[in-house]
Design a protein around this ligand. Structure first.
Ligand SMILES: [Zn+2]
Length: 153
């Protein structure tokens, strides 16, 4: 009987979800699907240079599991590069690590963005530069427990 798969924790969504070789004259050579947790393993280990133990901790998986996820990610990326496949980043077994980021919204332009914990409160909207910003409504559990607290009016 297969064990249920534990959800892997990943930071958030990525800026890209599709990679394609820039050779539009070539026929479509197909794609490989890179799971979200595989992308996250690459981000932590290869992009940030984090050691495997810390990366596994962050994703809430064992080191062997992390290693397996990372190996699979590298195998797929290698295959895509060598064979000219597009890479779709999609799906997998994961939970967004929403506790690691706070959401803010701008009153002026309604722009919503995330800020990691430990980096302090942002001063301005990164979109329009306004200082008229507040914690976003759907950022549960923290900002809204203030007992009638009101943000700058
Ligand atoms: Zn703004």
């Amino acid at each position: 009987m297969p064990r249920p798969r534990r959800h892997r924790h990943i930071r958030s969504s990525f800026d890209y979800d599709y990679w394609r070789p820039c050779a539009t004259c070539l026929e479509d050579r197909g794609e490989v699907v890179l799971k979200m947790e595989e992308m996250e393993s690459i981000r932590l280990k290869d992009h940030l240079g984090m050691d495997q133990r810390k990366a596994a901790d962050l994703m809430k998986v064992s080191q062997p599991t992390f290693h397996r996820i990372l190996s699979e990610a590298r195998r797929k990326i290698g295959y895509a590069l060598v064979c000219g496949k597009a890479i779709r980043i999609h799906g997998g077994t994961y939970e967004m690590g929403m506790t690691q980021a706070r959401k803010f919204q701008c009153y002026e332009c309604q722009h919503v963005w995330e800020v990691s914990y430990g980096t302090g409160r942002p001063e301005n909207c990164p979109n329009c530069g306004s200082m008229n910003i507040h914690r976003a409504e759907d950022d549960r559990g923290y900002a809204r427990n203030g007992g009638g607290r009101h943000d700058m009016q």
